[in-house]
Design a protein around this ligand. Structure first.
Ligand code: ATP
Length: 536
């Protein structure tokens, strides 16, 4: 008995070590991915030569192509595949009363807490969420340990339902979760602080519990419009693109003669003075959103909420990054105007995180604008022969978070055997920044001229690179590192029979094809159509 326990303890210690090592490794992988994004022209720190501006980033020559392709995939899926969705592009500056009506002036706040020793500021809700995640980790470790011990005979559901340690941790987690959700719902800042004290949550930097009270902090950036002599007006940088859609609802409905249900889509910048800005481009102060507001008859909103959940998850999964990397996370805390809300979460190197929100916002926004503007914002429903304020389902996705999820999941440091390695970005071909690269095998004998001729033809259809420097092997690696799905090599045989070598990025397989067929071969693989067709 004693001996068994010792073995189990040793096993647990080894497992603990293994888990810690895995987590540290994940952090290292993330750091490597960030370095790769910089080295290959995807993402740069903003104002880098001035030591950077915190939580603001620039996209480089490859990053902007990937980002534009993601936006195009979303835009075309929304506006081209739905007869009843149209797009707009509203201004970033809007009348300040809009933000009063939307509730952002009074309630777009984060609960903040400071640690007096480290002088660092934290979001109280994030500290508590991290504490909740610790209980999840403890439970998962128990499960992983048991799975290893029992092997194939392991019944996870039964273990979770009966193991004393798992049940105890689950109970503690549920208690904390209930208290936390209630405090957030009641906007009870004292209770948030009390939870932090009761659970002995320490500052990750100073390690102390010397906390200030929790205070609310508004996330909107404020600036002035017009000169002071004219009596400048305070305006905000929009914290979401959605309000630009709501205030244009009537314009679009009337000029487009739109009938319910219909949607308005928009892509644009949004700004939030985030306190805890971390994890690279996951949480930025200036970012981009792709939002669609879908206007429906009152009472039909929950049906449409379900429909949009399925439509959006299909859009994500069509990219082929792995179905298991997505999950829905229904909100515990509903905004007072919402009657359903869920997040689509993606498995980032630092855990499952929100990429997109889908919200049933009732008729809150339009009604508020009706109230504050004094203008009637109603829809006359010819079938019901009555007027009403439409209800709204919103789908809201961050371009930058989408970029991050694609980038992280496509990155691979691949062992090719015999001590050979390559870093490859397995981007889905339709959104890859560069679709193909034309490479003359050598820089003489007329090969560069022939290669240029092919590239000049292909560039009308695809982003097409040309590279003649270094050995062909090095050039393949360079294209792998930016995720180019195809390399086209021109050699001496090309001059004789017009065939080229087509190298596939993922398999590194090479096939001989006629140069005249390249447009057709590539088109089927790299056009957005191949993705869009999976959605209908
Ligand atoms: P979080 O809880 O992570 O702060 P949120 O729930 O406030 O996000 P929403 O207001 O629903 O986010 O915004 C919709 C989408 O916009 C998010 O799913 C996310 O992809 C993106 N987004 C929001 N804030 C940021 C940010 N600071 N940086 C980058 N993307 C963001």
């Amino acid at each position: 008995m004693q001996f068994d326990k010792q073995i189990n303890n040793q096993g647990a210690a080894a497992l603990q070590k293994y888990i810690e090592k895995t987590m540290a490794k994940q952090e290292d992988v993330f750091k490597t991915i960030i370095a790769h994004a910089k080295e290959y022209g995807f993402v740069f720190q903003s104002s880098e030569i001035y030591d950077g501006l915190s939580a603001v980033y620039d996209y480089g020559q490859n990053g902007v192509e990937l980002k534009n392709n993601i936006k195009r995939y979303w835009w075309e899926a929304m506006t081209m595949l739905h007869d009843n969705i149209v797009g707009i592009d509203s201004a970033i500056f809007m009348h300040p009363t809009i933000w009063k009506a939307s509730g952002h002036v009074d309630a777009f706040n984060d609960p903040l807490i400071d640690n007096r020793d480290s002088k660092k500021r934290y979001r109280a809700d994030v500290l508590i969420e991290d504490e909740l995640a610790k209980f999840d980790d403890k439970i998962n470790k128990e499960v992983a340990k048991a799975a290893k011990r029992f092997g194939e005979a392991f019944d996870e559901a039964q273990f979770r339902a009966t193991n004393a340690r798992v049940l105890e941790n689950q109970k503690k987690r549920d208690e904390l979760h209930e208290r936390f959700a209630k405090a957030m719902n009641d906007n009870n800042l004292d209770e948030l602080k009390q939870i932090i004290l009761d659970y002995e949550i320490v500052d990750p930097i100073s390690g102390t519990r010397n906390w200030t009270d929790v205070r609310q902090f508004n996330l909107m950036f404020k600036t002035e419009m017009g000169s002071t002599a004219d009596g400048a007006m305070n305006v905000y940088l929009r914290p979401e693109t959605a309000q630009g859609i709501f205030v244009n609802y009537l314009n679009v409905q009337k000029t487009g003669r739109m009938r319910l249900p219909f949607g308005i889509a928009q892509i644009g910048k949004a700004f939030r003075n985030e306190i805890v800005a971390r994890q690279f481009i996951f949480r930025m102060r200036e970012f981009e959103q792709m939002e669609m507001q879908f206007f429906v008859r009152p009472g039909e909103e929950l049906k449409w909420f379900e429909t949009w959940k399925q439509t959006r998850i299909k859009w994500h999964k069509a990219l082929g990054l792995g179905d298991e990397k997505y999950r829905f996370h229904d909100h515990d805390k509903l905004a007072h105007y919402a009657n359903a809300a869920t997040d689509i979460e993606f498995q980032m190197p630092f855990g499952f995180k929100e990429v997109e929100g889908i919200h049933s916002r009732t008729n809150f926004d339009l009604s508020q604008h009706e109230k504050f503007s004094g203008k009637k914002i109603q829809y006359f429903d010819p079938e019901l022969n009555e007027s009403y304020v439409p209800y709204v389902i919103e789908t809201s996705i961050g371009v930058d978070r989408m970029f991050l999820s694609v980038f992280c999941s496509c990155y691979e440091d691949q062992d090719l055997g015999n001590g050979d390695r390559r870093v490859v970005l397995h981007f889905p071909a339709p959104i890859a920044p560069v679709k193909c690269a034309v490479l003359p095998l050598v820089k003489k004998d007329g090969l560069p001229e022939k290669a240029r001729e092919i590239q000049h033809r292909l560039r009308f259809d695809f982003t097409c690179a040309y590279d003649e420097k270094d050995s062909i092997g090095k050039r393949y690696r360079r294209q792998d590192a930016v995720g180019t799905p195809y390399c086209i090599t021109v050699d001496h045989q090309t001059l004789e029979d017009n065939t080229v070598t087509l190298r596939h990025r993922d398999t590194m397989e090479q096939t001989r094809v006629n140069a005249d067929d390249l447009e057709k071969i590539l088109h089927d693989e790299v056009s957005l159509n191949s993705l869009l067709k999976k959605l209908v």
